[in-house]
Design a protein around this ligand. Structure first.
Ligand SMILES: [Zn+2]
Length: 445
């Protein structure tokens, strides 16, 4: 026992839009580690960082493994080889790998991780962190992956979900995925213990990616048990290699917990603002809706895009409504200024929507006619006269509640409706349910 060390391993940015996947590399590493004399201390982590940075591949996700080992040197060398072999550097991957040997992770790691959730962090900052803290690291390409690798090691859960990722056999990479839609619909019996698997609005399966990466499907849920159970309901056309379950911050809205500083809205940052709607929303070409909110002495333009399917609701906002909005700051372009792309809206207080209209005759219950400028109003039936307009309060369609885009427009980190009040507390690592599994000959899927 005395010679054993706890080793944390953070890996990021090994994939490109053309292939591979950091979680698949992690799966390969875990399969290797299973054969070594080591002990897993926790589930593999899949941590999503700021989705609003420009150079992310798909989901800006990094992974972490924590093990106990007697021979960290051997393990580290082997993992470096895995990163070299399974990174798509030819197509622009910039892998980063960090090793940290200690039971306790220092505060500086946690702080770095928190910033990586909502900010744009340069690779130079990450390299500086590595050298200042004397951390063992390895990178290829420009080293951008060090940011997520450090962040994954430093990540602390305040809520979590799980995702079961199943992987294809190598011969199937890049081929079309054949999945039974009916079986995914049937899998909905696992709700609300699983989420975002099926979109009833468009009748679409949401668990299969469409790219050339090795993932066949990903099932998200609240517990390991629920995602494993759900995976036994799904049926596919091909024999899969295996699955691995990750503990993740997906579905937690993690990147939007930070209040943006209105005097310092940097492009590519994520977070929220609280303010008052200051102009009526305007629908522009393509069906996107724009409006502005006043926060302190600044007006911030906000955009809600058509695919979110909440543009109708947004159009009902009026000046004076107090709202909280979360999203990412888009960089100003030639034609557009800096804009907050809305990822959630919480209506805090609704203004009264008043219309000033001609009065109604109390005797005849008829709307009176205007007699001209400052001449008052007259009932054409009985001649009754009144001098001022009356106020009519229009009922509001939008409510004091939380609005998010439709499931089809969710990002990995979006907190779905069914998780709004849900917070999973981290428990002691319980490996009793198989969180990694390779389908061998007896594969009946
Ligand atoms: Zn009248």
């Amino acid at each position: 026992m005395q010679n054993e060390t706890i080793l944390h391993i953070g890996i990021d940015d090994t994939d490109s839009p053309n292939g591979m996947c950091t979680t698949f590399l992690c799966y390969k590493i875990v399969k290797f580690l299973e054969k070594q004399e080591i002990q897993f201390m926790d589930f593999p982590y899949l941590i999503r960082f700021n989705p609003n940075i420009p150079w992310k591949t798909r989901g800006n996700g990094a992974v972490r493994l924590t093990i106990r080992t007697k021979n960290p040197k051997k393990i580290k060398n082997k993992i470096i080889q895995f990163v070299e072999n399974y990174s798509d550097t030819k197509n622009g991957a910039n892998p980063g790998l960090v090793f940290f040997q200690s039971k306790k992770i220092p505060l500086s790691f946690h702080e770095f991780s928190k910033l990586a959730l909502w900010k744009l962090i340069s690779r130079n900052k990450a390299k500086q962190f590595v050298s200042e803290n004397n951390i063992e690291s390895f990178y290829l390409g420009n080293g951008q992956g060090l940011v997520g690798a450090i962040g994954a090691v430093g990540y602390e859960f305040s809520d979590h979900t799980f995702e079961l990722l199943s992987y294809r056999k190598k011969s199937q990479f890049g081929k079309k995925r054949g999945i039974s839609k009916e079986s995914v619909e049937k899998m909905q019996t696992t709700l609300p213990e699983t989420f975002n698997s099926y979109d009833y609005d468009s009748d679409r399966v949401l668990i299969t990616p469409h790219g050339p990466d090795p993932v066949f499907y990903g099932i998200r849920g609240e517990t390991v048990k629920s995602v494993v159970k759900a995976s036994t309901i799904v049926s596919t056309d091909e024999k899969l290699d295996g699955y691995m379950v990750f503990k993740s911050n997906q579905g937690t809205g993690d990147h939007l917990n930070n209040e943006l500083q209105v005097n310092d809205l940097k492009p590519f940052t994520s977070g929220f603002l609280v303010g008052e709607v200051c102009n009526k929303p305007v629908t522009q070409q393509g069906g996107h809706v724009f409006f502005s909110i006043q926060v302190e002495d600044k007006k911030i333009k906000c955009a809600v895009y058509k695919p979110t399917k909440i543009t109708q609701i947004i159009q009902d906002l009026i000046p004076g409504d107090k709202i909280q909005i979360g999203g990412g700051i888009r960089k100003a372009s030639k034609n557009y200024g800096r804009v907050l792309n809305v990822e959630f809206l919480r209506v805090l207080q609704l203004a009264k929507h008043n219309l000033f209209v001609n009065p109604t005759c109390v005797k005849c219950n008829k709307r009176m006619k205007s007699k001209g400028n400052k001449q008052g109003f007259e009932c054409i039936k009985c001649g009754n006269r009144l001098f001022s307009k009356i106020t009519l309060e229009i009922p509001r369609k939008i409510q004091c509640k939380f609005y998010i885009p439709a499931v089809s427009a969710h990002r990995h980190l979006t907190r779905p409706y069914q998780r709004i009040k849900k917070r999973n507390k981290s428990m002691h690592f319980d490996p009793s349910i198989p969180w990694i599994h390779q389908y061998v000959k007896k594969n009946t899927q």
